[in-house]
Design a protein around this ligand. Structure first.
Ligand code: NAP
Length: 519
């Protein structure tokens, strides 16, 4: 059995405190152990700040981009091994594991490509220069400069590869060293990636540290130039954000938390249309992909009341085609939940929601002798306004169908009862209807995905996070955002307003001259 270790202060160490066991969720057999501690958290932060930071800041964006490309190659080279570990320790099907591992390498490559466009200057220009005085002699320009601190990244268990790399790609490209902490139940994949990065990633000393197990008192020693980016549950996010030291020093904190993502079927969508087919396949995909353990997965499905019976019949039929079982079987499309605690929490959550509606398929009955398996579950709500359906994220293969009148504003109002979400998908071909919905739902969401006949053939599903678009959301979703191309770097940089003589400010800090203006 593996014993996971941390890579801190330039060496691998094994923590001895609070040992935890990682399991194979299909067989319930132990696969690894991890202990915490064994390092001085203050020294680990200082090593990143004082050794990794200067080394990264000495590189241009383009040079940092090459590091991202080399990390991507190191991970891709071991793709099959990583997929095997995700199957063993995460209960991932091969498709689920590819989604995570290829998401990691793809995001790194996206930012490696962006790096080439950012130029050789050690800052980013923000918007156009602004005349501040009576004449243009007194001039202003906003810029982003790298923060000379360290980025602590606390990651959730569900995407051990992609989750770590999407944060890291932005930080390293911005020039900030990182300390990565994976979610413990599935840390085997993250730990193997840490080994690959240390061995083959080519990062300068101190730019990458990895803490398996607990961070100890690290947050208590973070300073004003450091940043904390967290992904996980709202409850843990709120706890970390409230850390007295982080509050005292106004340490920048980004929280990516849970979300009751909704899919909304507009009344104009005909059951024979491409849009309806897309709606059904995306809802079924979100319910079963990664066994519903995706922060962007649909939890609530709004359907015009007159069509609930037909839509539920179609959805149940679609879900019945998903083979559930041992993910090492290539025919299986949905494996177990990742851990025993997930299994217990998801079943308890389904039982709680079922009290407020009717189970159309699935439920909490045992479907295997061993392993943390739960059947894909559809619950039909009695009342779409019942707070029970807008309060709790059941982080597993469960969706609730909520009947509504067919009115766009009513649909948006019900969706917004979720208190802020990562992504809301709406399916409709009537632009007036979808526009009205979007404008009411958008303030409560980081992303709105509009499905229609015109894009059905080319669309990527709403649960897929794309590095060129922001990811995050207001309210219970954490109030943060990540990715979004160059925007993802800004969290790791200070935006500063420069004011002075136009000739100097513009020459040194304005937009770089383009090829056409230099010739
Ligand atoms: P979690 O229990 O909140 O844990 C998240 C991370 O926080 C883990 O690394 C955990 O470490 C760590 N942690 C817990 N308590 C801590 C403390 N006191 N100090 C420092 N770190 C602490 O969430 P999870 O079960 O891993 O992930 C599932 C949740 O994440 C779901 O709610 C899902 O919606 C959300 N999620 C959101 C996004 C997004 O982008 N918005 C993406 C993925 C997942 P240990 O594992 O060692 O306890």
């Amino acid at each position: 059995m593996q014993t996971l270790s941390s890579y801190v202060l330039g060496r691998w160490i094994q923590g001895q405190q609070n040992p935890a066991t990682l399991y194979n969720p299909t067989t319930e057999a132990p696969v690894a152990t991890v202990g915490s501690g064994g390092f001085d958290a203050k020294a680990v932060l200082a090593y990143g700040r004082d050794t990794g930071g200067p080394a990264l800041r000495a590189l241009s964006f383009a040079q940092r981009g090459k590091l991202l490309a080399s990390m991507s190659a190191a991970i891709h080279e071991k793709r099959d091994e990583l997929i095997g570990l995700a199957l063993e320790n995460g209960g991932n099907t091969r498709g689920d594991a590819k989604f995570d591992v290829d998401g990691a390498t793809g995001t790194l490559m996206f930012y490696a490509g962006l790096a080439e466009k950012l130029g050789n200057r050690p800052f980013l220009v923000d918007g156009d220069g602004i005349q501040l005085g009576r004449t243009a002699r007194f001039w202003g320009q906003h810029v982003h400069v790298t923060r000379p601190g360290v980025a602590v990244h606390v990651n959730a268990f569900n995407f051990p590869a992609w989750g770590m790399m999407e944060k890291m790609a932005c930080a390293i490209l911005a020039g900030m060293p990182v300390i990565e902490k994976p979610g413990t139940p599935t840390a085997l994949v993250a730990w193997r990636i840490a080994q690959l990065i240390v061995e083959k990633g080519g990062l300068p000393a101190g730019a990458y540290q990895f803490v398996a197990g607990s961070l100890g008192d690290m947050l208590d020693h973070m300073g004003p130039q450091d940043v904390l980016a967290f992904t996980g549950s709202s409850a843990t996010g709120a706890k970390l954000r409230g850390n007295a030291n982080l509050v005292k020093h106004n340490v920048r904190v980004n929280v990516e938390a849970d979300s009751l993502n909704a899919a909304v079927l507009a009344p104009d969508v005909d059951a024979s249309s491409d849009t309806y087919g897309l709606f059904l396949s995306n809802v079924a995909l979100d319910t079963t992909q990664k066994t519903g353990q995706k922060c962007t997965a649909v939890r609530r499905v709004l359907v015009p009341a007159t069509r609930v019976k037909d839509v539920v019949t179609d959805l149940v039929a679609q879900l019945s085609r998903t083979k559930v079982g041992d993910p090492s079987d290539n025919a299986v499309r949905m494996g177990p939940l990742a851990s025993k605690s997930q299994f217990d929490e998801v079943r308890a959550g389904i039982d709680r929601l079922a009290k407020h509606g009717t189970i159309a398929t699935g439920g909490t009955q045992k479907i295997a002798d061993k392993g943390y398996f739960v059947a894909p579950t559809v619950i039909v709500a009695k009342d779409a306004n019942d707070p029970a359906f807008h309060a709790e994220e059941v982080f597993g293969p469960c969706v609730v169908v909520l009947p509504y009148s067919g009115d766009a504003n009513e649909a948006a109002r019900i969706v917004n009862l979720g208190g802020g979400g990562l992504v809301c998908s709406v399916y409709g071909n009537d632009a007036e209807w979808t526009d009205a919905f979007v404008l009411t739902a958008a303030p409560w969401h980081g992303r709105i995905w509009v499905g229609s006949d015109k894009m059905a053939e080319q669309s990527l599903p709403p649960g897929m996070v794309l590095p060129m678009m922001i990811h995050g959301g207001p309210g219970r979703a954490g109030g943060g955002d990540e990715l979004g191309g160059e925007r993802g770097l800004h969290f790791y940089m200070q935006r500063t307003a420069l004011q002075g003589f136009k000739g100097t400010i513009e020459a040194s800090f304005g937009h770089a001259p383009t090829a056409s203006t230099t010739t």
